[in-house]
Design a protein around this ligand. Structure first.
Ligand code: IPE
Ligand code: IPE
Ligand code: MG
Length: 240
């Protein structure tokens, strides 16, 4: 066990719908509860010393859902803009977005822009909101930008390495250290495929609106008990 705090925590916010259905409520109520919980949870993570949080809130594939549900999630961003800004200012968070901008309405894009611009001054706590996000889409979009620069001779093929590739992604973020998925599903569902190459995965049955600070503490404890080797070997350890 060590007491290391992960620099970058990813959270696949899952189970909002089931949380609501279990209570005889509409799925929208689940998204509302998830939205409230996300604020409390992220504030707690930053308090613990985490610098980067990436939250998966809407995938490129989530457009397959009903128009009512999609619109409700979109409207959370625009309708609760004031609340989101208040939360960011209070907690001193720079919030920004990862994902494709197409398919998003002008109103949603404006809200995103306002959030990014108004919170840019906070540098210690970074909140990456994955919205209309897909891990494969991110890699394809980065590759296109790289090819464009190669074609325009502003980039040389031989200069492409992992560090450079990272800069072409939606945001130049550090690798994920801890990835949490709530709701019992044990899959990535296209989340930050590039960034999670050496992340520690933590899957928990709890539905997202019920995942609280004490649950994060448990995830943290497990993380601190993991032996992160990154392909190497710690020769000082007894069993080596
Ligand atoms: C996560 O909750 C939020 C989004 C994917 C938008 P879900 O809406 O996936 O909830 P379940 O998995 O159906 O319970
Ligand atoms: C993943 O959840 C996407 C987000 C949390 C935004 P889903 O509920 O869409 O994933 P699947 O369909 O169970 O894989
Ligand atoms: Mg789900």
């Amino acid at each position: 066990m060590n007491n290391k705090i992960p620099n970058h925590v990813g959270i696949i916010v899952d189970g909002n719908g089931r949380w609501a259905t279990n209570r005889g409520l509409s799925r929208s109520k689940g998204h509302e509860a998830g939205f409230i919980n996300l604020q409390k949870l992220t504030a707690y993570m930053y308090e613990k010393g985490v610098h980067y949080v990436s939250a998966y809130l809407f995938s490129t594939e989530n457009f397959k859902r009903s128009e009512t549900e999609v619109n409700f999630i979109m409207n959370l961003l625009t309708g609760k803009l004031k609340e989101i800004l208040e939360f960011c200012h209070q907690t001193k968070i720079h919030a920004f977005f990862s994902g494709r901008k197409d398919k998003l309405s002008k109103k949603v894009l404006e809200a995103m822009n306002t959030i990014e611009e108004e919170t840019r001054k906070y540098t210690d706590r970074q909140f990456n909101i994955c919205f209309n996000y897909g891990g494969r889409a991110e890699i394809i979009d980065a590759t296109k930008k790289i090819l464009y620069d190669v074609e325009n001779k502003t980039l040389e093929i031989n200069n492409i390495d992992e560090e450079l590739y990272n800069k072409y992604l939606y945001n130049n973020l550090p690798s994920l250290d801890l990835l949490i998925r709530t709701s019992g599903e044990k899959r990535i569902s296209n989340f930050m495929l590039w960034q999670c190459s050496y992340a520690e995965f933590y899957f928990i049955d709890t539905l997202f609106p019920d995942f609280k600070a004490k649950d994060f503490d448990k995830a943290l404890e497990e993380y601190q008990n993991r032996d992160r080797r990154f392909g190497g070997i710690d020769y000082d350890k007894k069993n080596h």
